[in-house]
Design a binder for this molecule. Structure first.
Ligand code: GAP
Length: 449
């Protein structure tokens, strides 16, 4: 069952704990743009690193790159975005709200066709018109049509126009891939659901170049591989599913597509798209630029334009799925405990360290432990304020998997108590062996890494 209340609770927790803030909040915010706070930026970095490690570092057949956000505008003409990257926009003459026509049908279900889900009692819809989703700006001081450039709406095109640069410099042979993580921008008509659909977001995309007759096989391979990655983040398997696009859903460049979907509190929605883009993009760039983009297979003595299997996931959207999936409310000794059951690999802080009291040398021991953990690349947080119970609750909400308490016994025998966020089990561990202890727990939680 979808539970929209969870979204309100998540947005509020995300702000309270420093995960996500509204952009330019002191000025009343900016339309559907968000900022990541101290914990959010670490969670996002951990998601990115998990993707990069699995898609690039652990493979010999995928190369990384980082192309610029601003590109020659001809790129977007060739790719079809100038002409075709549009949504049908409908405006209501009464409440002045704007809607995407394709979403209107769903939302207005059960109403008279003349009514829209705006605030006015009875909305009066205008004629639909096509609205291009690309943000436009100008390159240089002259602001006219001849100097228009676009903020990229996907990272993919940067990989296509660099296909031969990467293939030749990395001396790759088809099949191989090019991976990128970077910002993309879309002037969405109906952004919303917190960081689910925003106007500025981050994509992690990989373009895999294959022989044209090997496309089906690689499409199946990458669909399964991408689902396996989402599961590796600790996302509950029953909240993930695959959805194959019907002919009316396919993007202009796709022969076949599947979405990895997540059951968000507002329903099943796309997390990632896997597309068979055929040779559409390379052929268009070859034609528009006049430069040959064929791959030369010297062994077989042939040249051809490869087909592309693309995997495209939103980093922010994955972060939302991870947060929503981790959000748990449970009853403990008659009180509600709110916690984020984040996978320890993704958790921004691995440990919080508390002195039981602010005296008898306990704060110094606790600070020493934080320092040692941080030096060992295990982010840890020192907290001495409030009761131990309150300190635990703050860390539960922040998703910190382990809390270390330094008490009188620690000063005598060098041991500390480690409390597990999920099971609430407590064990006594020598402070000196904490780095190893955490490394072992992280390895147990993540056997594949
Ligand atoms: N290059 C192919 C491509 O861009 P897409 O399905 O339009 O495909 C890929 O986008 C992924 O990017 C989506 O599955 C989603 O996770 C993310 N994404 C797309 N638009 C977004 C938006 N407005 N806000 C946040 N994430 C978005």
């Amino acid at each position: 069952m979808a539970d929209p209340d969870v979204m309100d609770k998540l947005v509020s927790l995300a702000k309270r704990r420093g995960y996500v803030f509204q952009s330019s909040e002191i000025y009343g915010g900016t339309g559907s743009v968000w900022d990541y706070g101290p914990l959010g930026v670490e969670l996002k970095r951990n998601i990115r690193e998990s993707w990069w490690s699995r898609m690039v570092l652990q493979r010999e057949d995928v190369e990384g790159m980082d192309s610029a956000i601003l590109m020659n505008p001809k790129v977007w003409e060739a790719s079809g975005h100038v002409e075709g990257f549009t949504d049908p926009l409908v405006e209501c003459r009464t409440c002045k709200k704007r809607f995407r026509q394709d979403q209107l049908a769903q939302m207005a279900c059960g109403r008279k066709p003349s009514q829209a889900p705006g605030e006015a009692e009875s909305c009066e819809l205008g004629e639909p018109r096509l609205f291009n989703l690309m943000f436009r700006t100008f390159m240089g001081p002259v602001q006219d049509d001849g100097h228009t450039v676009y903020l990229r709406p996907e990272t993919a095109q940067g990989s296509y126009v660099n296909f031969l640069n990467v293939q030749q410099t990395a001396r790759q042979k088809v099949p191989f891939g090019i991976a990128q993580i970077g910002k993309a921008f879309r002037n969405e008509i109906t952004p919303g659901n917190f960081i689910f659909r925003t106007r500025e977001f981050e994509q992690a995309e990989m373009q895999f170049f294959v022989k044209p007759d090997a496309d089906d096989e690689w499409f199946d391979y990458w669909s399964a591989e991408r689902m396996a990655w989402h599961r590796s983040l600790g996302i509950r398997p029953d909240r993930l599913r695959m959805h194959e696009h019907g002919p009316d859903e396919l993007a202009h460049y796709a022969k076949k597509a599947v979405d990895v979907e997540y059951h968000f509190p507002f329903g099943w929605k796309e997390l990632e798209g896997v597309h068979n883009r055929t040779d559409f993009d390379l052929a268009r760039h070859q034609e528009t630029s006049g430069k040959r983009l064929e791959y030369i297979d010297s062994g077989a003595g042939e040249r051809f334009l490869p087909y592309v299997i693309e995997t495209a996931v939103g980093v922010d959207r994955t972060l939302l799925a991870v947060l929503a999936d981790a959000y748990v409310e449970e009853e403990v000794e008659g009180e509600t405990r709110v916690l984020l059951k984040l996978h320890p690999r993704l958790a921004p802080m691995k440990a919080a360290v508390f002195p039981l009291v602010k005296k008898d040398g306990l704060p110094e021991i606790a600070r020493g432990i934080v320092k040692d953990l941080r030096r060992a690349a295990l982010p840890a947080f020192y907290d001495e304020s409030g009761s131990i119970g309150r300190r635990y609750r703050r860390q539960d909400e922040a998703g910190t998997p382990w809390c270390v308490t330094v008490d009188g016994e620690s000063a005598e025998d060098g041991t500390v108590t480690v409390r597990d966020r999920d099971s609430l089990d407590q064990v006594r561990v020598p402070a000196e062996g904490l780095v190893e202890w955490f490394r072992d727990r992280l390895a147990e939680a993540d056997p594949a890494s």
